[in-house]
Ligand binder design. Structure first.
Ligand code: SF4
Length: 301
C-alpha cells in the first residue's frame, strides 16, 4: 500500500532517515542542474490538498509515533502559502507529537514569500530548511545551470535565518571536474561565512547517468577531479570559512560520495579538520581509497 502512496523516485536528506516523508509536490520546479538526475523523469506537480489529506490519514493509521516529518519532493516551499498552511495545519492536527517539519527550498521559492508568510509557516512547525548552494561562485553556478545567483541564494538564506528557520546547506566538491576550482572553493567558503548556516554538508560530485555532466563526460568534455583534487578543494573551502568564535556550524562531509569522512563543528574544529585532510593527502590515503572504490564500487560491495 505504501508504494501506491509514494511517487518514486523518492529522495530525502540523509538526516531525515527516520522521518516520515510526505510528498506534497512531485519533482523539482527547476530541474535543470547539470549534475542532477533526481527528478528528470517527473513533471513538476503540486499535489491537490484532498490527495495529501488522505495520504496523511493513511500514514496516521500506520504510524503510532513520529517526531519528524519531511515534506518532499524537490521544492515544497514553492506551493502557494495558503495551500501550504492548510497542509501544515492538518499535519499538526493529525500528528500533534511532531517536533520538527523540514523541507527542501529553492532560493526562488523563498524570495517569493513575504516575511509574514514565512512567519506563519515557521509558526506552524517548519523549522529546518535544506538549501542547495552547491557553490558560492557565480561563474560556477552559471556553468552548472543552478538557476540562481550567489546574491539570491545568500539573500534567501539570510531571510530564512531572520525568520527563525534553521538552515542546512549543501555544497558540491568536484563540480567543475579537473578544472581549476580555486574560485569555486574560495568563494564558497566566503559565502558560508556570510550565511553561517546551522548545518553545512560538503558532498562530492557523483556523475549520474543521463545528466548533462554525464553526456559531457562521455564526449570527453568533462573530466572528473581526482580524489586528491577534491580533498584540496574541500580544504580550501574550510580554510575560507571564517566565522566568529561565538557562532557554530555543524559541519559534515561524510556522505557515501565522500573520500574522507569528516565531521566537526566550525570554527572550533577547523584546524583539526584541516590537519585530517593534510594527513590523508600526505599519506596517499585518498588515492589508495579511490583505487578500492574503483575495484569494489563506492559502497564497498
Ligand atoms: S539540484 Fe535541486 S534544484 Fe537542481 S535540478 Fe536537482 S532537485 Fe532541482
Amino acid at each position: 500500500m505504501i508504494d501506491s502512496v509514494y511517487n518514486y523516485p523518492l529522495y530525502r536528506p540523509p538526516s531525515e532517515a527516520y522521518s516520515l516523508i510526505i510528498q506534497i509536490t512531485l519533482g523539482c520546479s527547476h530541474n535543470k542542474c547539470t549534475f542532477c538526475n533526481m527528478y528528470k523523469g517527473k513533471q513538476f506537480t503540486i499535489k491537490p490538498f484532498d490527495q495529501i489529506k488522505s495520504e496523511i490519514d493513511f500514514f496516521r493509521k500506520q504510524i503510532n509515533f513520529i517526531d519528524k516529518i519531511f515534506l518532499a519532493d524537490g521544492d515544497a516551499l514553492i506551493m502557494k502559502t495558503e495551500d501550504l498552511v492548510k497542509i501544515l495545519k492538518y499535519i499538526n492536527l493529525k500528528f500533534p507529537e511532531v517536533k520538527r517539519i523540514s523541507l527542501y527550498a529553492s532560493p526562488r521559492s523563498i524570495l517569493l514569500k513575504t516575511e509574514e508568510e514565512l512567519k506563519q509557516i515557521r509558526e506552524l512547525g517548519v523549522s529546518l530548511v535544506y538549501i542547495g548552494l552547491e557553490s558560492g561562485d557565480n561563474e560556477t553556478l552559471k556553468e552548472i545551470k543552478k538557476g540562481a545567483t550567489v546574491e539570491e541564494i545568500t539573500e534567501a538564506s539570510l531571510k530564512m535565518k531572520k525568520m527563525g528557520f534553521q538552515l542546512s546547506i549543501t555544497v558540491i566538491a568536484g563540480i567543475l571536474g579537473n578544472k581549476d576550482s580555486t574560485n569555486h572553493a574560495v568563494n564558497t567558503g566566503k559565502v558560508i561565512s556570510k550565511i553561517i548556516p546551522e548545518y553545512l554538508g560538503i558532498l562530492c560530485l557523483v556523475v549520474h547517468p543521463e545528466t548533462d555532466i554525464d553526456i559531457r563526460c562521455k564526449k570527453g568534455e568533462f573530466i572528473e577531479a581526482s580524489g586528491d583534487q577534491i580533498m584540496e578543494e574541500i580544504k580550501m573551502i574550510i580554510e575560507n570559512i571564517n566565522i566568529p568564535e561565538n557562532e557554530k556550524i555543524i559541519f559534515r562531509s561524510n556522505h557515501a560520495s565522500n573520500y574522507l569522512n569528516l565531521r566537526g563543528n566550525l570554527p572550533e574544529d577547523k584546524e583539526e579538520l584541516l590537519e585530517e585532510i593534510n594527513y590523508a593527502l600526505s599519506n596517499d590515503y585518498i588515492r589508495k581509497r579511490n583505487e578500492k572504490y574503483l575495484k569494489y564500487g563506492r559502497n564497498g560491495f
